[in-house]
Design a protein around this ligand. Structure first.
Ligand SMILES: *Cc1c(COP(=O)(O)O)cnc(C)c1O
Length: 353
């Protein structure tokens, strides 16, 4: 089978094949989503997520359809006037634009992808402050000290798009109130399911605003999930796969440590083999998405060479489509997979020292 390094949809965990069959045989896929069998399955899924991801007590976990849906849920149910968005790439920008359509007073603060994020003292106080933990389009991530300082400076809620890091990196849950992701990135699962994690403060805020106008209003989602039900007929297959995948996984701390080590190996390998990194500043280089930059001609050659070895590299995103390639450093990628790609990318004119 072709090996893909695309950062979403990404390589599936090898066990998914077996779990798909288990799901079929379980009868759950034909069961009513108000049945006790479904409810028990959802409860086990949420428990496995909570344990394996080390989610703090008091924080609640819900499932949605996608990260994109989470963007809207936040604007609908947690924002009265405006959220403020600090971003440096395409996903952060898209979130800002969607939020702005729901609340025209929404504000944004763009920073360079090769710069540190702005000093939190210069980020205006917001009802909901929105940031992207790992910007999948350019391979940057927010440094931990930034999130810690932001927490001290912001009086309101902090929402973090962790779509391409949740399930891969240990996240500092207490430094934000809303965390969300989709399963087709670090969870190594087929797309079509989102994970939304909210703090007690976010729940309080939702109750104060009491927004109830949508099928996916946060309080309506919450009251359903409290009974291990969902506001609409859910992606039962996706939930089953998530449950099995989380049950079999190592704790996030262990996964995170090995991804950090492998990211370092990748960044060193690329540098030593004469590749230019899109993100030069080590403090903001992402762990889960690595981006290399070269001329259009070289990128075309590199991709063709990889394809000949039955490996798909991630295309660059947006303006960098033809001048970069992206590598997912997700948990489903094995050491063997990485080694196989390194053999292809190795250059004879290796720069040593
Ligand atoms: C992939 C991605 C999204 C969108 O996820 P969907 O499942 O398509 O909604 C949002 N934000 C980031 C950072 C992403 O990487």
């Amino acid at each position: 089978m072709n090996l893909t390094f695309y950062p979403g949809p990404s390589k599936l965990h090898a066990q998914v094949e077996q779990h798909l069959q288990e799901a079929f045989q379980s009868g759950l896929l034909s069961a009513n989503h108000r049945s006790t069998a479904f409810m028990a399955m959802l409860e086990e899924t949420l428990l496995a997520l909570r344990i394996k991801l080390s989610i703090p007590d008091g924080y609640e976990v819900y499932l949605t359809s996608s990260a994109t849906e989470c963007w809207e849920i936040i604007s609908q149910s947690l924002v009265q006037q405006a959220s403020h968005h600090v971003y440096n790439g395409a996903f952060g920008k898209k979130w800002f634009e969607y939020a702005q359509r729901l609340h025209p007073a929404t504000t944004g603060q763009l920073f360079g992808f090769n710069d540190f994020p702005p000093d939190p003292a210069h980020v205006p106080a917001a009802e909901v402050l929105c940031v992207t933990h790992t910007e999948t389009s350019n391979g940057t991530a927010l440094p931990l000290p930034f999130l810690a300082e932001l927490r001290k400076n912001q009086p309101g809620l902090i929402a973090v798009d962790a779509t391409s890091s949740m399930g891969g990196e240990a996240l500092p849950w207490l430094l934000a109130d809303v965390w969300f992701a989709s399963v087709q990135k670090c969870f190594g699962l087929p797309s079509g399911l989102g994970i939304l994690i909210v703090s007690p403060l976010a729940i309080e805020r939702a109750q104060a605003l009491n927004e109830q106008n949508h099928y996916n209003s946060l309080l309506f989602i919450r009251s359903n999930f409290q009974q291990f039900q969902t506001p609409f007929t859910p992606n039962t297959l996706g939930i089953f796969l998530l449950k099995r995948c989380m049950q079999e996984r190592s704790p996030i701390e262990k996964i995170s440590t090995s991804l950090h080590q492998r990211a370092e190996i990748w960044y060193n390998f690329l540098r030593e083999n004469g590749y230019k990194l899109l993100v030069g500043l080590p403090e903001v280089q992402a762990v889960t998405v690595v981006v290399a930059q070269d001329s259009e001609e070289n990128i075309r050659m590199i991709k063709a060479k990889a394809q000949a070895a039955e490996i798909t590299l991630g295309n660059g995103y947006g303006a960098w489509k033809k001048t970069t390639f992206r590598l997912a450093n997700f948990p489903a990628i094995t050491t063997d997979d990485s080694d196989r790609l390194m053999q292809v990318l190795q250059r004879s004119d290796k720069i040593t020292g």
